[in-house]
Design a binder for this molecule. Sequence first.
Ligand code: SF4
Length: 203
Amino acid sequence: MRVELAKSAGFCYGVRRAVELAEQAAQSGRPCAMLGPIIHNSSVIDYLKGLGVELIQSPDQAGAGTAVIIRSHGEGRAVHQALAERGCPVIDATCPNVSRIHRIVEQAEGEGRQVLIIGMPDHPEVAAIAGWCAHPVVLEGEEALARWLEEDPGRREIPITMVSQTTSTHFIWTKCVEKAKKECTNLKIFDTICNATYKRQSE
Ligand code: SF4
């Protein structure tokens, strides 16, 4: 079988940045750990472990004073607070595209808007975005959005801010936007699908 490699295959900008920050942390010689695997690639994880970067799964596994690298998916507010309470400095490798979504949803809630996140509920990036809200609603796509609106017709009138998981597809997002525009009367939408993802999907 002939396999054709997409031109954009390889590390995206956000993951490259996270790996470089982990390398720099290791080179600094201070104790450091990545909170969750920084990339879905066991060779790179082993390479970073070889440099001295520990792999932990939760803030309570971080030794006091250990610098903790937040991966490009980001983390919610509670994780940042837990690390601060443990005295662990944070090396924040959250992709800037993801941090932007954190700011959007935090501000939207501050303005009394209902945040809708279009994405996979169990995806770490989505969980982290939701972790910047007190009452987020995560919906996988148009059908879930339709069900949510039907459950309580009054929802069509509330102020809604809708964002997307950065790695969602334009098809899913566009369907949700069409539905929401048709039904909701006070809607702000932010197309937060990342350009690297869009390029890969196109290729
Ligand atoms: S938002 Fe895009 S550039 Fe950033 S880590 Fe995700 S896929 Fe990579």
